[in-house]
Design a protein around this ligand. Sequence first.
Ligand SMILES: *Cc1c(COP(=O)(O)O)cnc(C)c1O
Length: 492
Amino acid sequence: MLNQNQSLIFESSKEGRIGYSLPELDVPQVNAEELLGKAYVRTKAPELPEVSELDIMRHYTALSKRNHGVDSGFYPLGSCTMKYNPKVNEQAARIAGFAHIHPLQDEQTVQGALELLYDLQEHLTEITGMDEVTLQPAAGAHGEWTGLMMIRAYHEANGETQRTKVIVPDSAHGTNPASATVAGFETVTVKSNEHGLVDLEDLRRVVGEDTAALMLTNPNTLGLFEEDILEMAEIVHAAGGKLYYDGANLNAVLSKARPGDMGFDVVHLNLHKTFTGPHGGGGPGSGPVGVKADLIPYLPKPVLVKTEQGYHFDYNRPQSIGRVKPFYGNFGINVRAYTYIRSMGPDGLKAVTENAVLNANYMMRRLAEHYELPFDRHCKHEFVLSGKRQKKLGVRTLDIAKRLLDFGYHPPTIYFPLIVEECMMIEPTETESKETLDAFIDAMIQIAKEAEETPEVVQEAPHTTVVKRLDETLAARKPVLRYQKEQAVQNV
Ligand SMILES: *Cc1c(COP(=O)(O)O)cnc(C)c1O
């Protein structure tokens, strides 16, 4: 059944109806065949819908309503920090001097933009406790790869080419082992202990002369702060390895603790998470990387420097790993992050962390009465629950996630981290009100009740969405990405 928000733009096409008005052609018409050659000229008109401007307006507005975003509802997707993106950031990013400049312009004509980038680097250096920051990487995973390539260059410059292994805990974000592999390392997994933290004994066992680095996601993907970081740093440094901090979710520690002070040599941040860059739909993002002094020579070039003549890109970096991104990073996202940092100030950034952690703990405690809590400890910005209890009743975590759609919520991350059975990873973020948190908790409690009393309601969810359960394997293997006339109706 289609409702009025589900217009079928192709099917409502009427021959000859147009949605534009252009002046009469007053220049000689070109001969397309002469201009392009016969092979490139259409013999048949394209099958495009012929509709009015109002029809097309309604079509796109209807499509936009089928999407869920932070601006339309609560989005507790763990390890993604789907927090509010302040609109003042958008205003700053649209200032003509930022939005309309070209990356090939002479440096002297874009000094203001370069100053912003330089100041952002300085702020992030201070926030992370590192010695220098590059803004080039376009995302978190890209930052990880960039950091690892610098570590690799460092070891090679010291003649330590036998350091081929990167140690990654089993509670790490999935991009960590992937980036290590892409950077040409072999990954070694270190186990978590019964508290959900890195097992130091296991770490001691795997560390050695072949260790290039330990990559630590902190807080880990269970939302837990790794309490033995100082000891881990000692173990890895004593063996000659470097320490990498995955700081994608810095809203767990921002203004409270700095990776640089904990002994880390490299850290990446996700400006599209903690620092409010919008990151729906796959980007653009920004994944700056901070390093300690001994890794500065390997930073991607060009490096933005401040001289007496102004800001300037330095290409003379013989030990640099080279460019990792065309031009200077995703400038617009960097403008948004700069605006956010300046509008929050140090006290505001501290409040971010306090509220992110408070919200997550509040939600965790209230839900722990209804779902299994595998690690009963204070969490940071996110926490994990297990749907094991509900699974015994025939309701899987996937069903719970689908049922949440009926309540108008984006589901949490599910089945990750892999070390928790029927895992749900929930990140409320600091920008939600207590009322919103309570409403989500109530929905989760109701679903837990339904699992006991009317499991079929959960098993068959969602009931209210435009599309019901998808065949996810088929959708991944054979995606239908454009309109296909014969399938249109059955796909809606
Ligand atoms: C999101 C995230 C990443 C990956 O960042 P992308 O920008 O998606 O590449 C890495 N680590 C952690 C802990 C994350 O939450």
